[in-house]
Design a protein around this ligand. Structure first.
Ligand code: ADP
Ligand code: MG
Length: 231
């Protein structure tokens, strides 16, 4: 899969919060059909990286390329339209909307107006039964994570940015999610996943990038990189 085309390219990304440098020259490529993981301690800059890729934070330096197009200065909603979808570490569903309505928002904001995408995304994440018409408010974390994933997927993205998708899930839910994410990658979607669960990273990722203090300090296949990082 390393020979597949690069969908998302990040070059020399630097981001600051006031005088604090949160990203200090981050570069990476994500290929079509590849699962790339970003791991690293709290405060390393993983969510900041996602904010720069999704367009909610403007980097001080560097470039973000989506299929060779420089999107560094495009607003978030335009990037969504071009095919970058994300989920949030802090869940961001609309509580008053139903599960299906939340997913429909993703389809409307996404890359292609595909009326079948909502049903497909709901089905893929097991949300097509009675859950479909329930308001998101009050649903358990595991279900809300699936709603977020389905919402992101309903826009038929080229790149999925997943910020700690396993947080708050039990092991059966994690296993089910891993199966779906692998199927999406096999279909050609590029996935960039921030994740603390290293067993999930080992299971899912083709390549792992280790971030510390705003830099990528190691990159490679999980069997090599995770050994170096240690338990
Ligand atoms: P991670 O997701 O790897 O835990 P973050 O990207 O959230 O790390 O944060 C990277 C660094 O930037 C941390 O030191 C954090 O305190 C700081 N930071 C994140 N968001 C802000 C913000 N809005 N204002 C100031 N500092 C921030
Ligand atoms: Mg984070």
């Amino acid at each position: 899969r390393r020979s597949a085309p690069v969908v998302l390219a990040v070059r020399g990304l630097q981001a600051r919060y006031g005088g604090f440098t949160a990203l200090d020259g981050v570069g990476l490529d994500v290929h079509r059909g590849q699962v790339a993981a970003v791991i690293g301690p709290n405060g390393a800059g993983k969510s900041t990286l996602f904010d720069c890729l999704a367009g909610t934070l403007r980097p001080a330096r560097g470039q973000v390329l989506l299929a060779d197009r420089d999107i560094t200065r495009l607003p978030a909603h335009t990037r969504t339209r071009l095919g970058i979808a994300r989920t949030f570490q802090q869940l961001a569903v609309f509580p008053s909307l139903t599960v299906a309505e939340n997913v429909r928002v993703g389809a409307e904001q996404g890359r292609v107006a595909d009326p079948g995408a909502v049903d497909r995304a709901l089905r893929l994440f097991g949300l097509d039964g009675p859950l479909r018409t329930l308001p998101a408010a009050g649903l358990p974390t595991g279900t809300l994570r699936r709603v977020e994933l389905a919402r992101a997927l309903a826009g038929s993205p080229r790149v999925l940015l997943l910020d700690e998708p396993a947080a708050g899930l039990d092991s059966a839910e994690v296993a089910a999610m891993a199966r779906v994410l692998k199927a999406l990658a096999a279909d050609g979607t590029a996935l960039l996943v921030v994740e603390h669960d290293l067993d999930l990273v080992a299971d899912l990722a083709d390549v792992v990038h280790v971030m510390t203090a705003g830099r990528i300090v190691a990159s490679g296949p999980p069997d090599r990189v995770l050994d170096e990082v240690g338990p």
